[in-house]
Design a protein around this ligand. Structure first.
Ligand code: NAP
Length: 512
């Protein structure tokens, strides 16, 4: 069995035995093993902070952007190998692997391009200066300065490539050394991509470290002013928040967690909007078998249109072919692991007790995979009998499952969506600006992103996270902020207000 190594203090550390095994979720074959116990995290973090950090910050933003681009050039020719790993380890079809692999490479390339426009090494101006004296001789200017600790990047199992690169791009461009901790279940792809980049010797020593597996005390060796960027479940985020270093505020945490996202058919929307909604519901349940933090979980529909929408969604879902992703006619692969499959099955058993399935892929679709697979066909429920039941709004089934929820007024819609407690994204299906605009203010308060779909207009997809737009959301979604163009760099910089004679501030804006 291949044992995946960790990389710290400029060296690879290969375990002698596996603490955890990665399995193919279609065939059950053991693919690789991991074990991060015994790593000297104290020394690893010290090396990243004292060797990697200064070396990165001695380079300009533009130079670091060039290094990101060099990493892109290393990753691109290896795509076929990454797709093979994703299919085996995550059970994804080629299209779904592309969301993760090409999405990660695109995001890295996008930051490489944006980084070229920045001047200096470690200092970004925030807005313009404001006078603090009647004669304008004394003023204040806000600046953002690269943080000098390390950034610990903890990722979820569903995006071993994109989750890694979207965080790494912003941190490395900011001049922060990174310690990457991929989710164990799918760590193989993160490992393979990072190994290629590390072996190409692009970044200075200590800029990138990799912890493969879950060692004890991952956070214990952090120091004041280090950062943690976490993606995963709300429960794990809560555990991390209880760590003394984070609870005391010494270490800043950015948390991207789970989210009960919505798709909303606007009042008075046309049949074309219903078709657009049904297509997006199918895409979101099919794509990565619904294992996306941004996937549609709740579908809000005016009560009088419920039947029409259910019919359109059922017709769209019936076209999905579930099974072994190595077969070219299969359009939806498996869940990422058997443990994920069992968790989702248990959640479905609970949902079956109070919701009515309107499309039940478990009965209506045949699964084209050998016995013992971790595939699950999509299930669409209706909450017509219990639209206000809190379980409809706070249960995240991390799989191909969504629920139709009827509403009778915009006030009721807003209140129902709000029961999700804050989400990453909602999509609105509207024909005209008159239908969509009244909802924007009400819904923006609860979301990190609103995605508006008009029939016949182009759009990037409800669940696709673009580096140009904010990724994160209030409340239940973790309260974090990633991407959003160069705003992504904010987390890796400290904001400081400089109060000084105006001529000194003018000089500051020329320097870094
Ligand atoms: P998870 O169980 O919370 O794990 C996330 C990461 O945290 C993994 O790397 C895990 O390591 C690590 N971890 C778990 N407990 C830890 C602890 N006590 N100390 C330090 N690290 C710890 O989540 P998951 O099952 O991988 O991912 C699914 C969840 O992520 C879903 O709820 C989904 O909504 C959410 N998600 C959110 C976003 C977003 O951007 N908002 C994106 C993707 C996924 P091990 O794997 O080694 O246990």
């Amino acid at each position: 069995m291949q044992l995946l190594a960790s990389y710290t203090e400029g060296c690879w550390h290969t375990p002698t035995e596996a603490q955890e095994e990665l399995r193919d979720p279609i065939h059950g074959t053991v693919l690789a093993g991991l074990n991060a116990s015994g790593l000297d995290l104290h020394a690893a973090y010290h090396y990243a902070r004292t060797v990697g950090g200064p070396a990165l910050r001695s380079l300009s933003y533009a130079k670091r952007a060039e290094l990101l681009q060099a990493a892109v050039e290393i990753l691109k020719p290896n795509r076929p190998r990454y797709f093979e790993i994703a299919q085996k380890n995550s059970g994804t079809t080629e299209a779904d692997s592309a969301v993760d692999i090409d999405g990660g490479i695109y995001t890295l390339a996008w930051y490489a391009h944006q980084g070229k426009t920045l001047t200096g090494n470690t200092l970004l101006l925030d807005g313009s200066s404001d006078s603090l004296a009647k004669d304008d001789s004394f003023a204040t200017q806000h600046i953002r300065v690269s943080s000098q600790g390390l950034a610990l990047l903890i990722n979820a199992f569903n995006f071993p490539s994109w989750g890694l690169w979207e965080k790494a791009a912003a941190a490395l461009l900011s001049g922060m050394p990174i310690v990457v901790k991929p989710a164990s279940a799918t760590a193989w792809l993160s490992y393979a991509m990072l190994k290629d980049v590390l072996e190409a010797d692009i970044f200075p020593a200590g800029a990138i470290s990799l912890v493969t597996g879950r060692p004890d005390g991952l956070l214990d060796h952090l120091e004041a002013l280090d950062l943690v960027s976490f993606t995963g479940s709300a429960d794990t985020a809560e555990q991390l928040r209880q760590h003394p270093l984070i609870r005391s505020g010494a270490v800043r945490l950015n948390a991207e967690t789970d989210s009960i996202n919505s798709a909303i058919l606007c009042p008075d929307a046309s049949v074309d909007s219903i078709q657009a909604l049904a297509k997006e519901v199918r895409n979101e349940l099919r794509s990565k078998s619904g294992q996306k933090c941004t996937a549609i979980r709740r579908i809000f529909v005016p009560t009088k249109r419920l039947e029409e929408v259910a019919t359109a969604c059922c017709a769209a879902l019936a076209k999905i072919v579930v099974g072994d992703p190595s077969h070219s006619h299969v359009t939806m692969g498996s869940l990422a692991s058997y443990s994920q499959y069992q968790t989702v099955q248990q959640q479905l058993a609970s949902l079956d007790s109070y919701l009515e399935p309107v499309f039940d892929g478990r009965l209506q679709l045949s699964i084209q995979a050998p016995a013992g697979h971790a595939c699950l066909a999509p299930v669409l429920y209706s909450a017509a009998a219990c639209p206000h039941d809190p379980r409809v709004h706070d249960t995240e089934v991390f799989g191909p499952v969504a629920t139709l929820v009827p509403y009778d007024s915009v006030d009721e819609l807003s209140a129902l969506v709000r029961l999700g407690g804050g989400s990453l994204v909602a999509s609105l299906y509207a024909d005209t600006k008159e239908q969509a605009l009244p909802l924007i203010n009400r819904l923006a308060e609860q979301h990190g992103r609103l995605h508006i779909v008009c029939p016949g207009s182009k759009h990037t997809g409800h669940g696709n996270v673009m580096p140009q737009s904010l990724h994160g959301g209030p409340g239940r979604a973790g309260g974090g902020a990633e991407l959003g163009g160069l705003r992504a760099l904010h987390f890796y910089h400290n904001l400081c207000a400089i109060q000084a004679p105006a001529d000194m501030l003018a000089a500051l804006s020329q320097k870094s």
